[in-house]
Design a protein around this ligand. Structure first.
Ligand code: NAP
Length: 306
């Protein structure tokens, strides 16, 4: 906490993830100046003591600037705008899920301006952040990681340092390929069990207590049982990550048959126009492909987070 007061923080991006991450930093006592393309979304952060900037350039004089936007194209755009003036931060911590190549290009841009760069993607959704269970995977200079650690600790329960360069990017890409494949698999077996006569709440209660249950299967259970598909992560962002995984598979010559099939099932969902709800609508698509019409079971189901 006391260390957290020493450095000033700039925060780019107050979307689903960025908002909750910045909120934890501000509530933890850090001095945070937030910029979001749509300013109104960032304004409620003032209740935690954060300030909101009109222009992204106002963040350039901060010691550390975090970035949490969408794709590499968006990251490049905001960082270019951040560095247009004379001021520059000491460090940029980039948390969006982007490619190894994008991250390497960003490192070159920042290091040529003598700005330290930590690649720091995350595991967990907005609800996980609120529950204090987010995790970071970080790569870049160890010195930068050590300097950033008190701030990372205000946001997340754990931060793993995996080495130099862009190594954290491949870890995150692998993680999200697993997320896609596990979600599709969970959808298939849930529909199979239901079509054979087992209610979803009973099936998932067993799976979640079995050796195959996980933090993830537990926190997706309420959505699967009660068909609440309010967005935590969009199908489009998951498709981006599956594509990043398949690109990396091609680059490193690793066959990824499950990832490939899952990517196309996500594509099929998007192609049918299912883009405004959570990616867990993979369950609905699976049910449709199985001739099953799902209804909410209206059961109280724990998400395992609280
Ligand atoms: N949601 C999850 O569960 C989750 C988990 C782990 C990692 N991630 C990753 O975290 C990142 C953010 O995800 P999210 O779910 O928070 O997405 P989101 O809710 O769609 O938020 C995206 C944010 O990026 C901003 N943005 C996008 N393009 C921009 C541009 N060109 N210029 C300026 N700002 C731009 C948006 O600004 P506006 O508000 O103006 O649109 C918004 O603040 C993604 O890389 C995603 O893959 C997400």
């Amino acid at each position: 906490m006391s260390a957290a007061k020493k450095l000033s923080i700039g925060w780019i991006g107050a979307g689903r993830m960025g908002y909750e991450m910045a909120a934890r930093l501000a509530r933890g006592g850090a001095e945070v100046l937030v910029w979001n393309r749509t300013k109104e979304k960032a304004l409620p952060l003032t209740k935690y003591g954060a300030e909101v900037a009109d222009e992204i350039s106002e963040l350039a004089a901060r010691d550390i600037v975090f970035c949490m936007v969408s794709t590499w194209k968006d990251v490049k755009q905001v960082v270019t705008n951040l560095l247009k003036g004379k001021s520059k931060p000491k460090m940029v911590i980039e948390c969006s899920s982007i490619s190894l190549e994008g991250s390497a290009e960003l490192r070159q841009i920042l290091e040529s301006r003598k700005i330290a760069y930590l690649a720091a993607p995350v595991s967990g959704n907005a609800k996980v952040i609120k529950a204090g269970k987010l995790t970071f995977v970080c790569s870049g200079p160890k010195k930068a990681f050590d300097l950033a650690r008190p701030y990372l600790d205000l946001i997340a329960v754990n931060s793993s340092y995996v080495g130099e360069g862009e190594l954290s990017r491949i870890v995150k890409i692998c993680h999200n390929v697993f997320l896609g494949v596990v979600t599709q698999s969970l959808a298939e077996i849930t529909v199979l069990a239901q079509k054979a006569g087992v209610p979803r709440h009973a099936f998932l209660a067993f799976i979640n207590q079995s050796v195959m249950g996980s933090t993830f299967t537990r926190y997706k259970a309420p959505a699967f049982v009660n068909l609440d598909f309010k967005v935590t992560f969009t199908p489009q962002l998951l498709r981006k990550d599956m594509d990043l995984g398949l690109d990396a598979g091609r680059r490193f010559e690793v066959p990824m048959p499950l990832a490939s099939a899952t990517r196309d099932l996500i594509q099929s969902m998007i192609g049918q126009g299912w883009t405004e709800q959570d990616f867990a609508t993979l369950l609905l698509q699976q049910a449709e492909m199985s001739g099953l019409k799902l209804k909410s079971e209206n059961k109280e189901v724990s998400d395992g987070l609280s």
